[in-house]
Design a binder for this molecule. Structure first.
Ligand SMILES: *Cc1c(COP(=O)(O)O)cnc(C)c1O
Ligand SMILES: [Zn+2]
Length: 482
């Protein structure tokens, strides 16, 4: 792993061609790049990182970005985030932080395509589980951590369902630039993720509550103590996550696919993807924008409820916040909490909601919800194509399957599903699905409403006896003859 530059704590110059801007068009307040903000002072809205492209040097064609491949020994060129620095130029090159994130692949998945009703050759899986900490969060963390270092932060914090904390803890440990402080809800965090935060030495606090509670607390505490917040309300996180789309395009030889399908939790990815494409389009680097499908878990379906059932829209920036408020009041009145086996998207107050609405408008998006049963069945099918993912990631494939049945996505459409995290993040969910141990199945899955494991690959118990073992193998070979 590499780290670029020294832990330089000089403040950044304030004459940068990059700045922060409130996303509400009626407000549009701007802030210096060196300010630490997660909301607009004027209206409380979300912020974007914005650029005076006229004063910068964006590529004139996307193919130019491939030149970085020639200099792979330079950590900035090797990084799957920073080799696109021209498209997220908020920090000087010599101040960029990288641990080698973004070495991910777009895998053609013909077998899976057939299973979900897409023409073989047209379905691709963008496997973000290959990142150094095992999830797409590293793309965003490289950028947020760079900004934190730029403004001289000495500690950074996040609330996390697990992957943000694993990523933050890793960047802090590898670079030694600052301390990592982590807020997790009690109970649901997957062991793969918790084990990372602990081993990388982060201060790990389990708050008595769920993710939404931990999120509210971390905002308070960061504000009061001047700690740098790296959740995806941080606009710099989303700059890094734009590069997931650049890598998808690069792998497709800069051809724009028809659909991007992504799980929705705090809605950082979907927001970042929308920003990536609207910028590429405004710069004249792509001639069309793909459609976006954001997939919620049914047990954490705020975006689905608001967008598809209650008609909430970006509406040129005039989002009808009364619809949102009323919905959250209803949730409170019913004491409803998020609940899904896909712990990474177990969030019912998504912080990037309004930004995601903008992305849905830019990309003519749709939103769907899928059950935990759908998610785990899709996950098992993804697994048979040789790329493992964690439950939340499989929501994208379950969502694609649903959208194909509805014929919203056509059989001939070219589709990219984002696999957000690695299979080993949550081994409990996987083993419980495939197990023959009914108690384990009940405790982990049936409790979440998963009734069957239709695509389970069950382990076979065989006596410690040569002949019985040979018989079992012969039976397997016979049953799997094509
Ligand atoms: C964080 C996370 C998500 C949710 O992404 P958002 O950008 O918050 O919508 C989905 N899957 C995995 C594996 C994650 O870690
Ligand atoms: Zn504002």
């Amino acid at each position: 792993m590499h780290q670029v530059g020294s832990p330089d704590r000089r403040p950044v110059s304030t004459t940068s061609a990059a700045y922060q801007r409130c996303i509400a068009p009626g407000c549009g307040a701007t802030y210096d790049i060196a300010q630490i903000k997660v909301a607009c002072d004027q209206c409380g809205g979300l912020l974007d990182v914005a650029y005076d492209w006229d004063r910068l040097a964006p590529p004139t064609a996307l193919q130019e970005l491939e030149q970085a491949w020639q200099f792979r020994r330079d950590p900035v060129c090797f990084s799957g985030v920073w080799r696109f620095h021209q498209l997220l130029p908020f920090a000087p090159r010599e101040r960029l932080v990288t641990v080698g994130e973004g070495q991910t692949i777009l895998q053609r998945a013909d077998r899976l395509a057939t299973l979900v009703g897409v023409k073989p050759g047209n379905l691709f899986l963008q496997y973000e589980g290959l990142n150094p900490s095992g999830s797409f969060k590293d793309n965003g963390m490289a950028a947020a951590f760079t900004h934190a270092a730029l403004v001289g932060a000495s500690s950074a914090a996040c609330a996390s369902t697990g992957n943000t904390s694993a990523s933050l803890a890793m960047y802090a440990a590898v670079t030694q630039i600052m301390k990592a402080i982590i807020f997790v809800g009690s109970g649901k965090i997957a062991y793969g993720k918790l084990s990372q935060a602990l081993e990388y030495g982060a201060l790990t606090m389990q708050i008595n509550g769920d993710f939404d509670d931990a999120m509210a607390r971390v905002r308070e505490v960061c504000e009061q103590m001047g700690i740098y917040l790296v959740n995806s309300v941080n606009p710099f996180r989303l700059e890094g996550q734009k590069t997931i789309m650049y890598r998808v395009l690069e792998w497709l030889n800069w051809q724009v696919p028809d659909w991007i399908v992504v799980p929705g939790g705090n809605l950082g990815n979907s927001s970042a993807f929308g920003k990536a494409f609207s910028e590429l389009h405004a710069l004249g680097l792509v001639d069309r924008i793909p459609r976006l499908a954001v997939i919620n878990a049914a047990g954490a379906n705020t975006l689905y409820e608001l967008y598809e059932r209650r008609g909430l829209r970006w509406n040129g920036g005039n989002v009808d916040q009364s619809i949102v408020r009323r919905y959250y009041e209803e949730l409170d009145a019913r004491s409803r909490k998020a609940s899904t086996i896909a712990s990474a998207i177990e969030i019912i107050r998504p912080v990037n909601l309004t930004k995601c609405l903008r992305a849905l408008e830019v990309c003519q998006g749709v939103v769907r919800e899928v059950t935990d049963q759908d998610i785990l069945d899709a996950k098992a099918r993804v697994g048979t194509s040789g790329i493992g993912c964690e439950p939340a990631s499989a929501a994208s494939v379950a969502g694609l399957h649903l959208l194909r049945r509805e014929n919203v996505i056509g059989a001939d459409d070219r589709v990219v599903c984002i696999l957000t995290g690695h299979q080993l993040k949550d081994p409990t969910a996987t083993v419980a699905y495939h197990t023959t141990d009914q108690d384990l199945f009940n405790r982990v899955l049936r409790n979440q409403g998963v009734m069957r494991a239709s695509h389970a690959n069950r382990a076979v118990s065989v006596a410690n006896d040569r002949d019985e073992i040979i018989r079992a193998i012969r039976l397997y070979v016979h049953m799997n003859k094509h």
